[in-house]
Design a protein around this ligand. Sequence first.
Ligand code: NOJ
Length: 757
Amino acid sequence: MKIKQFIIPFFIILFGFTSCTEKTTVAKKDLSSTDKTKSDAKMESFLDSLTKIMTLEEKIGQLTLMSTDWEKTGPTINENYKNLIKEGKVGNIFNAYSVKFTRELQQLAVENTRLKIPLLFGYDVIHGHRTIFPISLGESASWDLKAIENSARIAATEASAEGIHWTFAPMVDISRDARWGRSSEGAGEDVYLGSEIAKARVRGFQGDDLFATNTILACAKHYAAYGAPIAGRDYNTVDMSERELRTTYLPPFKATVDAGVSTFMTAFNDVNGVPASGNKYLLTDILREEWGFEGFVVTDYTSINELVPHGVAKDNKQAAEIALNAGVDMDMQGGAYMDYLKELIADGKVTEQQVTTAARKILALKYKLGLFSDPYRYCDETREKELLMTPEHLEAARDMARKSAVLLKNNNQTLPLSKDKKVALIGPLANDKYNIIGSWTAAGDRYTKPVTVLEGFKEKISNPANLLFTQGCEINSDNTSDFQNAINIAKKADVVVMVMGESEGMSGEAASRTNLDLPGNQKELLKAIKKLGKPIVLVLMNGRPLTLEWENENMDAILEAWFPGTMGGYAIADLIFGDANPSGKLTMTFPRNVGQIPIYYNVKNTGRPYELKGPEQRYRSRYLDVSNSPLYPFGYGLSYTTFKYANFAVDKKTYAFKETINISVTVTNTGTFKGEEIVQLYMRDMVASVTLPLKELKRFEKVMLKPNESKKITFTLTSDDLAFYTKDMSFKAEAGEFKLFVGTNSEALIETNFTLK
Ligand code: NOJ
């Protein structure tokens, strides 16, 4: 009782609670370094005082995260979460949003627990909160870091207006295996681009001031190597060399630490025999000691408990011991910390100090969010009313969807279409609101808000009688009952637009596939329409690269739209009718068939490279039945205009270590449309102490050019950009010959060279 009387004034003296109805404003602080030191010291002394008076149970409560029963994002739900909040056993909640519900739960914590420590609300705000942007893989195809940052900024603005403090994003797992359904959630296969996008997303979610009520904590997930499960099957074993782990899979995580990410989430998989959620090497040695990460680490959903089926813990109690000792601060959903940490301390398996240290990291972030000054500062009805799905947010989502789309084929300038043409619009995704926003759509509405392609086309076509529509088939079935209607309207049209692809649930978590063709009888319908001899434009919505050899041969134009989000239908119509020009480029290689997977651009040469020129070569690294080349390479994407590259040069032929390498190239728009090009710079180290890829992306720049306009693009590199893990695993550059390549995709490149001495 004494403590209770003390703690309320204690908070008020330090921070002053504001009332829950009082309007909170965004207090944008521009702290000088002295101010920052002062405020850090104030926080540290607050945390010292608080952790001193907290009981062990109260600290363990801070280490526990539970889902509400609003949504299921994993196999279990704890119906008892409200009582656990009241008892102080659960200090953090996910799958709750809206001012009403988060306030209700916050009140349970603040009004019932001894120390009134506020709850932290987390949620999967992945590609938008209410305004849904294209899926993350789609956004990555924009290569537009500002637009990607802005998308995360808008997601944070909307989520925070509904009481959310923390998103489980960005997912920064590199993926080179399209069978893996979660490829849709990342930024593709490349380590440099993936790292740049990871930083942009962290900046977008967190802004530059966590105290502002429109910023939220970001979470780099899934640490680590979750994107490389054997055979592309979700949650499967990961076994890779230290060199590959550090070269390809860890850098985007490191990039998020450099960008100031607040939290990390462990992966479900094991890495070289040790499950990520009990992996001290990853969680402590690398993350904290090498990289200096100071935030907290949460597990993925019940992944402490999963140490048991992994076979490294005999029961949940031992699993909790392994996880805490490895460096896991917060237990998501499994309750193993809640149930066993006290006993484990009594048994001498872990220490109270470890629990205190973990709790302090979590409390520090609650402090930085301002929750101790006002636990309800993110519960503001006015913000909730004003900030969701605003016209600006919707316009940004439409723009992002335009930027994300990749034009894969455009024979004889089939696209853009004239608005006067008679168009037959066919396909299971042509008028589908539910699927167009993809998976992981937070609080996004799937039923009324999304704009379909049919709705988008209606806004463009000059004469409404010229737009004919039928669904034609379903996404994944053998029902042919609408085939004839589709054939009939196609016969009447000048051009057929087919909108096909996957359902939203065919990618995302637990959505691995071994067949990446268009599902169901969609290809059959395409074949039936093809027989009519009309020009066909195929618009694709899907969450990963598909196998499209037949489509590539037989369609006149193909536009990859991914799952483009709430405004997808408008954005697709903008592109199809030429009000916007496609500029997206693939961030994951499209294979010819599933047998080529994993397939990615930055392969090594091998001792027996396959040469395309010359006589048939038997004993070479190749397949007997299919070429080594992909259907569409990394970085590929067409435009309604064309670009020419010339004058590619370095300013010197020999550079010393640390000297700046100045690179330039002139890009010209040689077509008739204004358009944006993504200029890509790759590099190859010709001879090194270990084998290295034939090319690696080093820089890129997006440039908008009018017809006939030229621009000189410059890039700079130093020897730091040439570094790699050498034979003894030190990260450095080696002297020698280098080649540089520049161009419109990872295969169409011109080259130059230099020496590092
Ligand atoms: C499991 C997923 O792997 C993870 O990405 C997500 O954040 C959590 N569930 C919470 O929903």
